[in-house]
Design a protein around this ligand. Structure first.
Ligand SMILES: C[S@@+](CC[C@H](N)C(=O)[O-])C[C@H]1O[C@@H](n2cnc3c(N)ncnc32)[C@H](O)[C@@H]1O
Length: 224
């Protein structure tokens, strides 16, 4: 897997990057998911059915907590490696600090819509709570980039805000939109993430489960 070039600036993107929140992200993010992010992340990782030898990409990895948890399931001796990418330089700097000494976890400043990896580099991909940070056009581009860099039959698991399934979910999802004034959250609530997956080269998704009425886990697969 190619090493990430040394970069210090955030990647240009119209996505909502979180440089400004890097220092408080690990404290605030559990509040947004009522402390459920670890449990949901565990379900998402289990779906990838890791053997330890995989090359994995974590898209919009933030401060790298899930990336590091996954790295611990990989065996560097068998070639297992995970790379977390995020467009925000400060998020990546923190992730690198947290992963100090874990050689199979690498981090790179990169926009999801322009991945700097060759075709068919990764066995699988994961993305948690990232797609509500980019608009429909970037969702489509990012999904097609994931498709391009995945090997045939490679699996992807996406966890994100989705069409609410109950009143509690509706209140949480719409409150997030109002609080952050983030159009991209509204898109997800309206089902635009699902639309983007269907319009991307993946063409379809499997809805695995819904959590708290506003977070869904999707499984995708690259079929040649
Ligand atoms: C809510 S955080 C999710 C972080 C992590 N995956 C988690 O589950 O905690 C969303 C991340 O997406 C990043 N981001 C926004 N636009 C991006 C883009 N175009 N490409 C890559 N990352 C982007 C932000 O900087 C932020 O770190």
């Amino acid at each position: 897997m190619p090493e990430c070039l040394k970069k210090y600036d955030s990647a240009p993107t119209k996505g909502r990057t979180l440089d400004y929140a890097a220092g408080v992200y690990d404290v605030l993010s559990p509040l947004m998911t009522f402390g459920q992010e670890k449990r949901i992340g565990k379900i998402a990782v289990e779906l990838l059915d890791l053997k330890g030898c995989e090359k994995i990409i974590d898209i919009g990895c933030g401060t790298g907590s899930l990336t590091i948890d996954m790295a611990e399931k990989l065996s560097p001796a068998k070639g297992g490696q995970i790379i977390g990418i995020d467009a925000a330089a400060k998020m990546i700097a923190l992730a690198q600090k947290k992963a100090y000494g874990i050689g199979q976890a690498k981090f790179c400043i990169s926009a999801a819509e322009h991945l700097e990896y060759s075709d068919e580099t990764f066995d699988c991909a994961i993305s948690t709570f990232f797609f509500h940070h980019i608009d429909f056009e970037l969702k489509l581009q990012a999904l097609n980039e994931i498709w391009r860099t995945l090997k045939n039959n490679g699996k992807v698991v996406i966890v994100d805000v989705d069409t609410p399934t109950n009143i509690f979910g509706k209140i949480c999802a719409w409150s997030g939109y109002v609080l952050f004034q983030q159009q991209e959250i509204k898109e997800n609530i309206e089902g635009k993430l699902r639309d983007a997956i269907v319009q991307s080269r993946f063409g379809q998704f499997e809805l695995i489960s819904s959590h708290m009425g506003y977070v869904s886990i999707f499984a995708l697969q690259k079929k040649a």
